[in-house]
Design a binder for this molecule. Structure first.
Ligand SMILES: *Cc1c(COP(=O)(O)O)cnc(C)c1O
Length: 328
């Protein structure tokens, strides 16, 4: 087993992906700061190219491949946003790309992956089932797998977010990040804690199918049933053979909280009505956790908004008061 990624890997990633990903703004939320009587900053990473932070890790992982690996091409399982990000990075580099998703993946995310020239495989009703197609493509067609979260270069790429946040808000003492497979939380936590050890990092997931939360409680990766949720980007397992993201999250995360669908809907609404931002469910959980009172804000609190690729019909329904997926 190779070693876990470090702050040095994050700085290498930052140089590697410079010019290929946006440096997103960090802005004060007047509305949340007023409501919570604490300074709250929003890292507007949902404005990243391809609509999510996943472009950082996917671009870093793709550019770190050697010529032989690039000739073979890449394959990944995805809840949608990693697939879109990897497809974008692969298309830019002229590399073959196959993305395997489950039937739970929203149609708008599937369409975006195909529009970037990737081969899309829709398999089963969970990401664990879609993973079997990844394994087949690796074995039969020699593609190189790029995990959405359990990959050193992916975690190092997501860690560039932690560096950016502390460059602009060196006094930050709490950071809220959405939590699924843990690539984002592991990357952000490893970077910010290497720079400032006292900083508190909180992971936020949904009640419906929180595999990392259950794994942290069990002390080892466990399987959880995948369910439809407004936070579709946070669905899926963490891999029973998880190597990097689970140990890092277990060691570095200070708190992990769970949200109901109604709380996530309130986060999406707040982002739109108060912040004038379109944010997907998985991206709005940090706001939602503060609004629900499930996370006590610190002195200077940073909320990472991670993605915006919500189906706009669902977004309209939520803005108009819906508190769950129409199907759920
Ligand atoms: C993937 C994703 C997450 C969760 O990231 P992990 O690294 O799997 O924990 C959060 N928000 C959005 C929008 C995502 O696409």
């Amino acid at each position: 087993m190779s070693t876990a990624p470090t702050l040095a890997d994050a700085f290498i990633a930052r140089r590697r992906i410079a010019g290929r990903v946006l440096r997103t703004p960090l802005e004060r939320s007047a509305s949340l700061s007023g409501r919570l009587s604490a300074e709250v900053l929003l890292k507007l990473e949902h404005r990243q190219s391809t609509g999510s932070f996943k472009l950082r890790g996917a671009t870093n992982a793709l550019l770190a491949l050697d010529a032989e690996a690039r000739r073979r091409g890449v394959v990944a399982v995805s809840s949608g946003n990693h697939g879109r990000a990897l497809a974008h990075a692969a298309q830019t580099a002229g590399v073959r790309c196959a993305i395997c998703v489950s039937g739970l993946t929203p149609a708008n995310k599937c369409a975006a992956i195909q529009a970037l020239g990737a081969e899309l495989h829709i398999v089963g009703r969970s990401q664990d089932e879609a993973q079997t197609e990844v394994d087949r493509l690796v074995a039969q067609e020699g593609l190189i797998e790029v995990s959405p979260f359990d990959d050193r270069q992916v975690i190092a790429g997501q860690a560039t977010l932690g560096i950016e946040i502390l460059e602009e808000a060196p006094d930050a003492d709490t950071i809220l990040v959405p939590l699924s497979g843990g690539g984002l939380a592991a990357g952000v936590a490893l970077a910010v804690k290497a720079i400032k050890s006292a900083i508190r990092v909180v992971g936020v997931s949904m009640e419906r199918g929180a595999a990392m939360h259950a794994s942290l409680a069990a002390g080892r990766p466990v399987l959880v049933e995948e369910l439809p949720t407004l936070a579709d980007a946070l669905g899926g397992g963490i891999g029973l053979a998880n190597r990097y993201s689970f140990p890092l999250v277990a060691a570095l995360l200070d708190e992990a909280v769970l949200l109901t669908e109604a709380e996530i809907a309130a986060g999406i609404r707040h982002a739109y009505v108060e912040e004038r931002e379109i944010v997907e469910g998985g991206g709005a959980v940090g706001i939602a956790a503060l609004l629900a009172g499930k996370v006590r804000p610190g002195g200077l609190t940073v909320v990472l908004l991670s993605g915006r690729n919500i189906d706009m019909t669902i977004h309209r329904a939520v803005i108009n008061g819906a508190s769950a997926l129409p199907s759920a």
